[in-house]
Design a binder for this molecule. Structure first.
Ligand SMILES: NC(=O)c1ccc[n+]([C@@H]2O[C@H](COP(=O)([O-])OP(=O)(O)OC[C@H]3O[C@@H](n4cnc5c(N)ncnc54)[C@H](O)[C@@H]3O)[C@@H](O)[C@H]2O)c1
Ligand SMILES: [Zn+2]
Length: 362
C-alpha cells in the first residue's frame, strides 16, 4: 500500500493507493462520518456502488445512502448537483455528513461541489475510478460544473478528507479511457520529472497491459507531482499553470470536434505533441525530446496529430477564447527541457503558425 500526503496546512489529506480498497472499506472508513451518501453514476452503481453501500452498512455506519446520476459530461450541470441536494435533504443529512464520490472526474467534480455547498460545507472522500480521475481530477481540490456558455465555469476550490485509489477498478475501464488517463501521466514526466519520463519509456507496455504494480507506481508519481505543484500554488496564480501543458491546443481540438468526440486525454496527447513541436521551433527544446514524446504517446495509444480537416485558423479561433489568454495575449505552456516547463506569452508567433501548419493537412 502506498500513502501520500497532500500538504495544504490544515486542509492536508492523504491519498491511499492499493488493490481491493473498495472491497475492504475498513482501510479507509475512519475518514467517513456516521452519515454517508455515495454519489456515483448509472454505469458504476451496479458495478461498484451497490456493493460499496452494502459493505459500508455492514461496517456499522448509521446511515448509508446511494444516488446514481446519469452518466456523461453532458450531465455535469447544476441541475444534476441539485439532485444530490434533494437526496441530502430528503434523507435528513446533517452538517456531519460525508459525501463519497465514486466515479470518474465528472462524478468527482460534481460531488466535491455539492459537498462544498451543502450546509456551507460537509466532508467528502474521493474514490476515483478512471485513471484520469486518479492522477488528475481527484487531486487539487477543483470542483464544479459546466454552464451552457462555458466548461467548468461554476465551481469552488474544496479539498477532500481523503482520496482512495483502488487499482482493481481500472480493470473494467474502457481502453480509450485508460489511454486518456495515461496522457496526463506522461504530462507529469514532461513538465516536472525527467527520471519519471525515462521510467515511462521502460514501462509503457506494462501500463497499457494494466499491470497493477506499474500502475501503482505511475499513479503515485503522478499524484506526488500534482500534490507538490498544488501545495505550492493552491489557487492557481502561477506554478499550477504548468499542469496545462498541451491543454490550450487540446481544448481547441475538443471544442472544434464537439466535446466527447475526442476524449480530453486524447486531445491533450495531441496538444502535448504540438507544444513540443513549438518548443523545438523556438530553439528551446532539443528535437530528440519531441521525438521521444511522440513515440511514448503513440505507445500509449494516443494521437500525435490533429483531427482530420482541422485548420490553423480553427486552432487560433478557439485558443483566443481559452481562459489562459490574459490581457489578450496568448499564454502557452512550453518546454525548456525534458522535465522543465515554462508558462509564457513571450514567444515568436511565426513559430506557432509553422507548428499549426505542420500539424494541419491542407
Ligand atoms: N477537478 C479537476 O482538477 C479536473 C481535472 C481534470 C479533469 N476534470 C474533469 O474530469 C472530467 C473527465 O473525467 P473522466 O475522464 O474521469 O471522465 P468520466 O467521469 O466521464 O468517466 C469516463 C467514462 O468511464 C466510465 N467509468 C468510470 N470508471 C469506470 C470503471 N472503473 N470501469 C468502467 N467504466 C468506468 C464512466 O461512467 C464514464 O462513462 C471532465 O468533466 C473534466 O472537466 C477535472
Ligand atoms: Zn487535463
Amino acid at each position: 500500500m502506498s500513502l501520500l500526503n497532500v500538504d495544504l496546512g490544515e486542509r492536508s489529506y492523504p491519498i491511499i493507493i492499493r488493490d481491493k480498497l473498495l472491497q475492504e472499506p475498513s482501510a479507509w472508513h475512519s475518514y467517513l462520518s456516521s452519515q454517508v451518501l455515495v454519489v456515483t453514476n448509472e454505469t458504476l452503481a451496479p458495478m461498484y456502488g451497490q456493493s460499496l453501500q452494502e459493505d459500508l452498512r455492514a461496517a456499522g455506519l448509521e446511515q448509508v445512502e446511494l444516488i446514481a446520476l446519469p452518466d456523461g459530461e453532458a450531465y455535469k450541470t447544476l441541475e444534476t448537483v441539485n439532485r444530490i441536494f434533494d437526496v441530502l435533504l430528503e434523507k435528513r443529512f446533517n452538517r456531519k455528513a460525508t459525501l463519497v464520490a465514486l466515479g470518474g472526474g465528472v462524478v468527482g467534480d460534481m460531488t466535491g461541489f455539492a459537498a462544498a455547498c451543502y450546509q456551507r460545507g460537509v466532508n467528502f472522500v474521493q474514490v476515483p475510478t478512471t485513471l484520469l480521475a486518479q492522477v488528475d481530477s481527484s487531486v487539487g481540490g477543483k470542483t464544479g460544473v459546466n454552464h451552457p456558455l462555458g466548461k467548468n465555469m461554476i465551481g469552488a476550490f474544496y479539498q477532500p478528507q481523503c482520496v482512495v485509489i483502488d487499482l482493481c477498478v481500472l480493470d473494467s475501464l474502457p481502453e480509450r479511457e485508460l489511454s486518456a488517463g495515461i496522457a496526463e501521466v506522461i504530462k507529469y514526466g514532461l513538465i516536472y520529472d525527467a527520471t519519471f519520463f525515462d521510467w515511462l519509456e521502460l514501462n509503457m507496455d506494462k501500463l497499457v497491459a494494466r499491470d497493477h504494480d506499474a500502475l501503482a507506481y505511475a499513479i503515485e508519481k503522478s499524484c506526488h507531482t500534482k500534490a507538490l505543484v498544488v501545495a505550492e500554488d493552491e489557487k492557481e496564480s502561477g506554478l499550477r499553470a504548468i499542469l496545462n501543458l498541451g491543454h490550450t491546443f487540446g481544448h481547441a481540438i475538443e471544442a472544434h470536434m464537439g466535446y466527447g468526440e475526442w476524449l480530453h486525454g486524447e486531445a491533450v496527447g495531441a496538444g502535448m505533441s504540438l507544444a513540443c513541436d513549438l518548443s523545438v521551433r523556438l530553439g528551446w527544446l532539443d528535437e530528440s525530446v519531441k521525438t521521444r514524446a511522440d513515440v511514448l504517446l503513440k505507445r500509449a495509444g494516443l494521437p500525435v496529430h490533429s483531427p482530420e480537416g482541422m485548420q490553423p485558423a480553427d486552432y487560433l479561433k478557439y485558443m483566443a477564447v481559452d481562459k489562459k489568454v490574459l490581457d489578450k495575449k496568448l499564454r502557452l505552456v512550453l518546454l525548456k527541457a525534458l522535465g522543465e516547463a515554462v508558462v509564457t506569452e513571450d514567444f515568436d508567433h511565426a513559430a506557432l503558425d509553422e507548428t499549426l501548419k505542420t500539424y494541419c493537412q491542407p
